[in-house]
Ligand binder design. Sequence first.
Ligand code: TYM
Length: 401
Amino acid sequence: MEVVADEFASSQATNDQDYVVTPWQVKGNVDYDKLVEQFGTSRITDELLHKFKKITGEIHPYLKRKIFYSHRDLDWILNRYEAGEEFFLYTGRGPSENVHLGHLIPWIFTKYLQDKFGAELYFQFTDDEKFLLGTKPSIDSAKKSAYDNLLDLIALGFDPKKTFVFIDTEYMETMYPIAARIAKHITLSMEKSIFGFENSTNVGMIFFPTIEAATCFLPSVLKGKNIPCLIPAAIDQDPYWRGIAREVAPKLGFYKPAQIHCKFMPGLGQGGKMSASQPETAIFTTDSPNVVEKKVLSSFTGGRATVEEQRKLGAQADICPVYHYYYYLFEENDKELERIYNDCTSGTLLCGDCKAMLAERVKEYVIKHQEKREKAREIVDEFIVADVRGGLKKRSTISRG
Ligand code: TYM
């Protein structure tokens, strides 16, 4: 399972102060090994990968490359699946103007899991979270973004029959009773220690984690039987599961939700994750080909000061976002990826050529994605559940009169 190393961020972290990972902020060069210890998660072992292979017949590149690298109870959920028990997938999005390529990483993997395991997906848009955080000026503008971001999700090819999407403020009649049951077991001091909330934190934010946690139990409530839940997401969302959902599950008689965590796709700057708050170093799915090209060509690289030096010493792929774009999304073939790595580090491949090749691939990807995104507009109602009692009726099945 040898793939060219991806210790981009972790290799640069020198101490605990170098990075911050919370559900609302990821800063600095994340030490992913330390994070596993800090959060108390488990690394995905070779044994677990073999279990995956036994079930799916292959090991997805994200697993092989350790982009998805950490978990909670993944072994448990795979064991239950092997014993004939189905599970559902749960993931989501805090809606904002732009979806970037980093957001697509957990969703692409979720779609793969849906296909391989035939699992239903529950997808939550937390318009309330964005409003309460202050990233969005109003619930309406957050909701509008949710409808726009949904196009990106649909464009990835999820099965409408097995995918249930909701926007928090439109689905509260169903969600609130579950969130209230959770909230009864969560104290302010627990939340202060999990999320670092302070006395000045607004009470909406203090209640909100119970709503993100509620989806872990939603299908069990709606279907009247316990159903295991698997959450694919980047590791920043873990505090919701560790501190809230997994904490209260046994008290409410539900299974603890399982998780599979990914690392962050980097931005095009020097270090740090791809983030909408740094638009010049993020590729948005709605960027025009020209903008994509400009951003990629202006990327930071692991190159040397002069061509001569680079020919002599080679470039530093491990700290280069351009290399990592191939690693995450733009070179599926391991042998080809290894060739890019070797050509880079040996000085055969120069950064200008490498960036130009990447720019072509990213442009092509974004153009195709945008076409699928446009087509998605026609089938939005096949994904969104309406907040009627019973909870899972799709809008497309409800007549409008
Ligand atoms: P949000 O909108 O911040 O992020 C959406 C998803 O993208 C992941 N992510 C990334 N993954 C890889 N590389 C990156 N650079 C990168 N940046 C973000 C996030 O981990 C997330 O999976 N509160 C949530 C919305 C939510 C949710 C959930 C997410 C509600 N329920 C269940 C995951 C699972 C949020 O604001 O995500």
